[in-house]
Ligand binder design. Structure first.
Ligand code: AMP
Length: 401
């Protein structure tokens, strides 16, 4: 039997905000995490994007801060949410804003790639909740725009990706600036050894929560591979979109340059398309994403980092134009589709140079991915290597400094 939001102990302004967002029952991560967060203890939660993880921390944080209604002092921050990317920061900040709309609280967001001045101004009045990317946060701190003495809650969102993106030193610097007496919540797609190492440094006696089996691909996603010659990839993509009448498709490219080229080729075939990646301005990225969400843009081509955390309801199709470098990214990528019980499709293009990568992916997810034949374009499938069951990891030896 599933619990209701009110049974989780959330107050009326939060429940009203939940009703406005159209959520009827807590998602599994919310059902487990909200009570844990409200208990005041540190929390480590394993949950991917699409599980409702943002609400799992935003809703109880609003509840707790609203119970102490003193306004934040100028430049002070009571709760800090750190995210790896600008897009995720914007998305999380939006969710926080919606969650406290029936309170007197205020929240703001700060990320790089845009002018710092509006952020300096917005922080001046003090924030109950600040959502930020690590680099810009440190920048703002060095300009005396943020004070942490009243901080009581820290959230590390998509902690695994923060480590992948090399934010460990920034995180350590930030941690030194925060009061040690605080509640820390860590959300991560997986609890890798690196994450546990990070948690050991910053988290005390946490409640652990997990709603997705480690590295298991979502069962509602139909996965296929197409064996294709490199030179036919572009044609294959256009054919799949047209033949299947896909109206919204997220395409993953390994490189920024490749993403631009794919978008250009699709546009030339009359399929509206834009690329997002780290070299695009924040404005261009935000515009591409909102056009894609509103349905004005049929194809969004993204690199892994740009796509991380993109939240699009019911995104039906994902194409891996290039297989990811890191097999775990395959799971993240296809996690973009098939959400909330809806069925999604993920098609991966495999060239004869990709054998090793495909094998690594199939070993990770513990299954062979079915082959899709596309007349005139797919190649003869090469023989597939047997799947190894994932080996249990040996416990790491503890290093002494
Ligand atoms: P997240 O994993 O936080 O990125 O959330 C994924 C999507 O699920 C977002 O579009 C949310 O608006 C939506 N969502 C979050 N919580 C719920 C809920 N309890 N019921 C229905 N949808 C939800």
């Amino acid at each position: 039997m599933s619990v209701s939001f009110s049974e989780l102990g959330l107050s009326k302004p939060v429940l009203d905000a939940i009703a406005d967002q159209g959520y009827e029952t807590p998602s599994p991560i919310q059902a487990q995490a909200i009570g844990a967060v409200l208990s005041g203890k540190d929390v480590m939660a394993a949950a991917q994007t699409g599980t409702g993880k943002t609400g799992a921390f935003a809703l109880p944080i609003v509840h707790m801060l609203n119970a102490h209604p003193q306004r934040p002092k100028p430049n002070h921050v009571k709760a800090l949410i750190l995210t790896p990317t600008r897009e995720l920061a914007a998305q999380v900040a939006q969710s926080v804003l919606l969650s406290h709309k029936y309170t007197n609280m205020n929240s703001t967001v700060a990320f790089g790639g845009v002018s710092i001045n509006p952020q300096l101004k917005s922080l001046r009045k003090g924030s109950d909740v600040l959502t930020a990317t690590p680099g810009r946060l440190l920048d703002l701190y060095s300009q005396n725009a943020i004070k942490f003495t009243d901080l009581s809650i820290l959230v590390l969102d998509e902690a695994d990706r923060m480590l992948d993106m090399g934010f460990i030193h920034d995180l350590k610097r930030i941690m030194k600036l925060l009061p040690t007496k605080r509640q820390t919540l860590l959300f991560s797609a997986t609890f890798s050894d690196d994450i546990r190492q990070l948690a050991k440094q910053f988290i005390k006696d946490p409640i652990e929560i997990s709603v997705t089996p480690k590295n298991a691909a979502a069962t509602t996603v139909e996965q296929h591979i197409v064996h294709v010659d490199k030179s036919n990839k572009s044609k294959l993509l256009a054919t799949l979109i047209a033949d299947n009448k896909w109206q919204q498709v997220l395409v993953f490219s390994r490189t920024k340059h490749g993403a631009n080229r794919i978008a250009k080729q699709l546009n030339a075939k009359g399929l509206t398309s834009l690329a997002i990646h780290g070299n695009k301005s924040q404005g261009a990225r935000t515009k591409a994403l909102s056009d894609f969400k509103s349905g004005n843009l049929r194809v969004l081509v993204a690199t892994d980092i740009a796509a991380r955390g993109i939240d699009i309801d019911l995104l039906p199709n994902v194409v891996n134009y290039d297989l990811p470098h890191v097999p775990e990214d395959y799971v993240h990528r296809i996690g973009r589709t098939g959400r909330a019980g809806a069925t999604g499709s993920a098609v991966s293009f495999v060239t004869n140079e990709d054998g090793k990568q495909l094998k690594a992916i199939q070993n990770l997810i513990g299954q062979h991915i079915n082959v899709l034949e596309v007349a005139g374009l797919s190649e003869k499938p090469s023989t597939q290597a047997p799947i190894r069951a994932p080996k249990p990891k040996r416990p790491k030896r503890v290093k002494r400094d």
